[in-house]
Write a protein that binds this ligand. Sequence first.
Ligand SMILES: [Zn+2]
Length: 306
Amino acid sequence: MLNWLRRPKYGSIERRDTPAGLWTKCPKCGALITTKELERNLKVCPKCGFHHRLTAEERLAVTLDENSFEETDAHLISGDPLRFEGYPEKLAEAHEKSGNPDAAIVGFGTIEGYRTAIGALDFPFMGGSMGSVVGEKITRIAERAVEAHLPLVVFSASGGARMQEGALSLMQLAKTSAAIARLHDARLPYLSVMCDPTTGGVTASFAFLGDVILAEPGALIGFAGRRVIEQTIRRKLPDNFQAAEFCLEHGLIDMVVPRPELRATLARLLRFFGAPRVAATPPIATAGPAEATSTAVTATAGSEDV
Ligand SMILES: [Zn+2]
């Protein structure tokens, strides 16, 4: 009798015959959405509009024209210059989990036929933190954009500088900023897109240097964290402080663009700034995992320490 009373209750979702990973729970509204539907919707919750985070590969897949991406500098991997305890293991683990050698993917591609240099930070790789490799990749793609006389689009998603690389990580702020300045000197447009979250050293360098600064709805944008600021100024901050919408209202950024409109908006900006158009508009890649991996080129053999 007692056993019968203790029999576990199975909800419709928790039935044992439902394969794991089929449903995703929206962290904002709690709705259960099939992972397939969520991916079809570019990982935006169809109920409340919450923008789930994308990996760098997914970001490139939903932004670029199909098969247009040519990756550059894929071979760069981090050294351990400070012999920081546990750093090599952390790097290996992040590489294993994300499939990427570091937290940025850069290269060239087309958006609705407009050719551009492009970069995306990978938040799942150690919080998209900027160490020497991320700084070097952003710098090199900016320099390659100048050489090729093309615009640059960068998607940021980062917790800031990578503490395991100490001062070397901080130097990336100056290095990337100088590279963006060369792009500016060459009168080439740089479009910066801030995704959730864009914080610390990345906001303090290339993310805020865009000629046009865009952000996704609800993205956290800021330098220091809320608690640190509240303790310093001894004041309570508004609830939406550091949200993309708050930044727009206060003139820090230029546009907040929902993900389904982002690709067309970037194409429009590229056209406005005179980016070369190389092809008719091919169809947008879907955000499904199979398509995502086919767009990103995996790291090639042979590596180079920076
Ligand atoms: Zn939702």
